[in-house]
Design a protein around this ligand. Structure first.
Ligand SMILES: NC(=O)c1ccc[n+]([C@@H]2O[C@H](COP(=O)([O-])OP(=O)(O)OC[C@H]3O[C@@H](n4cnc5c(N)ncnc54)[C@H](O)[C@@H]3O)[C@@H](O)[C@H]2O)c1
Length: 339
């Protein structure tokens, strides 16, 4: 156990994962949510104080070490900046924000306050993903020439209709932001920055309840010369089907797949075999839909290591910004292709 004191903004589905991991290792002092029922549920379950607004929380709680931002995407920047201005470290859920300008303001505020701005990218901790990143960094695949990202999930009407922000442009931002931003992050993390894009996105099945695309096909050229594609949809019939990344290098090909980037499906590497422990953790299960791998324990281990032991930040604001920049560029191009 540590003496660190945490608070959470937004008591929704993902906030429960945060709270579970916080109380295992530290203290969850307080939460806030505009919804009284949601915040009271947290008080009952985790024995913490509750507030109806972030301003009240920050006025009353003077000894917090870190606040986790688990509110809707479009509020991440406003909420993170308030916490940083109060001189407290931030852990912000993905996506960091839904435009680059907001990410820049968040980074500037963290620098002014001299506080950490951690971003949740828990897929980086999936065992086969961590192993793939290692062989790329060690040069075992040689030069990376081609990469393919497939995100085939199901998000049904109940998913959008039971939320007042999912599917809404202003607070959600788009399918790449809410469903697949941590998949896009892996492309940036493994292959690097993008040079050129071609993008087609359409809303096929959700025109009645989603204000943006439910499907997209993106072609990319990376700055290192590699080319790649992102195929994504939330229309996989009836259930999630696949979340996969395939990397083709001059000396090796690796596919990490399963539904949640959790299974090493293929490897063929010159004079080398990756030894990857079987992924034992389940994906986040929200009842009528499933999310990404539940690796928030590793996110909190990293935070505690940084705050108590001078550890190295796993995902900082700049990396969060790069993912948002790639998605923002894709949407800008897709708009010009569709109009
Ligand atoms: N890392 C992951 O795997 C993962 C998974 C799910 C969601 N997320 C991210 O977490 C965030 C929350 O998603 P969710 O699925 O838990 O949503 P949710 O709708 O279940 O929860 C959001 C909560 O924020 C509250 N809220 C809204 N406005 C607020 C405000 N001004 N102040 C305080 N609280 C406010 C809502 O009442 C709600 O309880 C999103 O950014 C989402 O993209 C990440």
């Amino acid at each position: 156990m540590t003496n660190l004191k945490f608070a959470i903004v937004g008591c929704g589905r993902i906030a429960e994962r945060h709270a579970e991991h916080i109380v295992k290792q530290s203290q969850l002092v307080a939460v806030c949510d505009t919804n009284e029922e949601r915040r009271n549920l947290f008080a009952q379950k985790f024995g913490c104080k509750t507030y109806s607004s972030i301003d009240e929380l920050l006025q009353q709680e003077k000894n917090l070490d870190l606040v986790s931002i688990c509110s809707p995407n479009g509020l991440h920047a406003e909420h993170s900046i308030k916490v940083l201005k109060a001189g407290i470290h931030v852990l912000c859920e993905k996506p960091m924000a839904i435009n680059v300008a907001d990410c820049q303001l968040m980074i500037e505020e963290a620098e002014k306050a001299n506080k950490h701005l951690f971003i949740v990218k828990q897929n980086r901790f999936n065992k086969p993903i961590a192993a793939l990143k290692k062989v790329i960094d060690e040069g075992k695949l040689g030069k990376i020439i081609n990469v393919q990202l497939n995100c085939f999930w199901n998000r049904n009407d109940q998913y959008y209709e039971s939320s007042d922000w999912k599917g809404k442009k202003a607070l959600d931002g788009g399918t790449l932001f809410t469903q697949f931003s941590h998949f896009v992050d892996l492309l940036y993390w493994m292959v690097g920055d993008v040079n050129q894009y071609h993008a087609f996105v359409k809303n096929f099945m959700h025109q009645h309840n989603v204000e943006f695309e439910d499907t997209g096909v993106i072609v990319l050229e990376f700055k290192n010369g590699a080319i790649g594609s992102i195929n994504y949809t939330v229309n996989s019939y009836g259930k999630n089907m696949e979340g996969s990344i395939t990397v083709f290098g001059e000396k090796g090909t690796v596919k990490v797949g399963g539904q949640y980037l959790n299974v090493l499906e293929h490897q063929s590497i010159e004079n080398y075999v990756m030894n990857v422990p079987i992924e034992t953790k389940p994906a986040n299960d929200y009842g009528y839909y499933q999310g990404s791998m539940s690796n928030h324990d590793s996110v909190y281990e990293n935070i505690i290591d940084v705050l108590t032991n001078n550890g190295h930040v796993a995902t900082n604001g700049l990396e969060g910004l790069k993912t948002v920049e790639i998605i923002e560029n894709i949407y800008k191009l897709a708009k010009s292709n569709n109009s």
